[in-house]
Design a protein around this ligand. Structure first.
Ligand code: NAP
Length: 245
């Protein structure tokens, strides 16, 4: 099935991990995909591995509003007007509250939350004009539950939930849907530094008994981006093996 034939998707953080899984799944569904990351070579390389044609890699730090505006223009010129925006780029800089430095707070909130605001603002005018569009924010179960040592990260992800619901309410009358996916623990570079005993402790908290893979998230993004989800907006969907229920 190629339910996204003719659509253009922009995936931030699409060069690795969950974002690359999402980019691949949307390309398999027929979309042309703009892969965005800070590292130009990695973004271009990821785009070149996607199935189908017309994809492109774009270098941009989503925390930088001017750079995002430029990137959005380049994507529209080279790949096409964006129908599906996936705000997936994200970082962690963990520390306990009493030791957390200003730059650890600012870097995480700017990349994870302001980044999503920057990209959403940059592409929604076109979506509203066409009265069609989908915005998907990749948050985290940590945004629902909190996590010791991740005050900056969990605040940024809870903030994404507020952004998701506000954008959903504001843009629903213009035919644009906005939802969030809250992954649990997924095997990527972000979780690669977990020790075996940390992984085992985590698995014990997951009813389905395993960490997730990028494909576990990508399939849900494909569903939410497509016509089968046309009556869903403003939702936060946990995709976490049952951690939050
Ligand atoms: P990852 O493997 O570390 O990949 C992060 C991606 O984001 C890379 O493509 C990176 O490319 C890009 N990126 C980071 N900062 C950026 C910025 N400022 N501007 C543009 N691109 C940026 O991470 P992941 O595990 O796939 O996580 C993807 C998303 O899922 C994140 O939002 C994360 O918070 C969320 N999540 C992950 C897990 C998990 O267990 N892995 C769980 C819940 C939620 P460059 O380095 O080239 O910029």
């Amino acid at each position: 099935m190629s339910e996204l034939n003719g659509k253009v998707a922009l995936v931030t953080g699409g060069s690795r991990g969950i974002g690359l899984g999402i980019a691949r799944e949307l390309a398999e569904a027929g979309a042309r995909v703009a892969v965005v990351g800070r590292n130009a070579e990695r973004a271009a390389e990821a785009a070149s591995t996607l199935p189908g044609e017309g994809h492109g890699g774009f270098a941009c730090d989503v925390a930088d509003a001017e750079a995002v505006a430029e990137m959005a223009k380049a994507v529209e010129a080279e790949v096409g007007p964006v129908d599906i925006l996936v705000n997936n780029a994200g970082i962690t800089r963990d520390n306990i509250l009493m030791r957390m430095k200003d730059d650890e707070w600012d870097d995480v909130v700017n990349a994870n939350l302001k980044g999503a605001f920057n990209t959403t603002r940059a592409v929604t005018r076109g979506m509203m004009k066409r009265r069609d569009g989908v915005i998907l924010n990749v948050s985290s179960v940590v945004g629902l539950m909190g996590n010791a040592g991740q005050a900056n990260y969990s605040a940024s992800k809870s903030g994404l939930h507020g952004l998701t619901k506000s954008v959903a309410r504001e843009l629903a009358p213009r035919g644009v849907r906005c939802n969030a996916i809250a992954p649990g623990f997924i095997r990527t570079d972000m979780t690669a530094s977990l020790t075996d005993s940390q992984t085992e402790a985590l698995q014990n908290q997951i009813p389905l008994g395993r960490l997730g893979e990028p494909e576990d998230i990508a399939g849900v993004v494909r569903f939410l981006a497509g016509p089968a989800a046309r009556y869903i907006t403003g939702q936060i969907l946990a995709v976490d093996g049952g951690m939050v229920m």
